[in-house]
Design a protein around this ligand. Structure first.
Ligand code: ZN
Length: 214
């Protein structure tokens, strides 16, 4: 069972992983494909930064009661990622850092009561604001791997991987494929629709990839 202190610590840990993943990237490396179809690493960083800004809107909503959606529209969300991905490397790093710090600050401001306030996610789910640190955890942990600079699912905290498998299993519903065997890290990568090795079905055949999630 994840708790608020746990997820807040995971946000910091995942943010540090992303920071490490982009630390040595030059302009050329930013324009190189990530593990996500159609996205360069610059797209991933722009998305992670824009996500922090979007989640800060939800913190504002919880604190003030004023409805402030994550994104003004799905089209705007994609347009911001596209334009953000064109920014020079130094700007991308600065945007990533500033957006992460502002979100951390916004999360530190909420009272216990405000963490219970209901907010609306970009997928249209009504959730308590206390779900936001978990939403951010998923983004920074999984996208640190997507950046394809060396961070792997096996590097992520074991308890996080367990939570993520439950979360994806619940959301995918009947789309989780067959019961599979493999290491915890590889099964998590498989469920997330990310590259994995050594995941097999009960009859010993390689498991077929699922579509990317998140
Ligand atoms: Zn994402």
């Amino acid at each position: 069972m994840r708790t608020l202190p746990t997820t807040l610590a995971w946000v910091a840990e995942g943010t540090a992983l992303c920071r490490k993943a982009i630390a040595d990237l030059d302009e050329t490396s930013y324009r190189t494909p990530s593990l996500l179809p159609g996205w360069t690493r610059a797209h991933v960083v722009a998305h992670v930064a824009a996500n922090a800004r979007a989640l800060r809107n939800l913190m504002h909503w919880a604190r003030t009661g004023e409805p402030t959606p994550m994104y003004s529209s799905p089209e705007q969300r994609l347009a911001d990622i596209e334009s953000g991905a064109q920014l020079p490397a130094a700007w991308l790093v600065a945007w990533f850092e500033e957006s992460a710090q502002l979100l951390t600050y916004a999360m530190s401001e909420l009272t216990e009561e405000q963490w219970q306030a209901e907010v609306l996610t970009a997928q249209g789910r009504t959730v308590p604001a206390g779900e936001v640190p978990w939403m951010r955890t998923r983004e920074v942990m999984v996208h640190a791997v997507d950046l394809d600079t060396g961070v792997q699912f096996a590097d992520l905290p074991e308890e996080f991987l367990t939570e993520l498998r439950h979360d994806i299993g619940g959301k995918r519903g009947h789309d989780t494929g067959p019961t599979v065997q493999g290491s915890d890290a590889d099964i998590t990568a498989y469920l997330a629709g990310r590259p994995y090795t050594g995941v097999t079905t009960p009859d010993g055949l390689p498991a077929k990839p699922l579509r990317p999630w998140l």
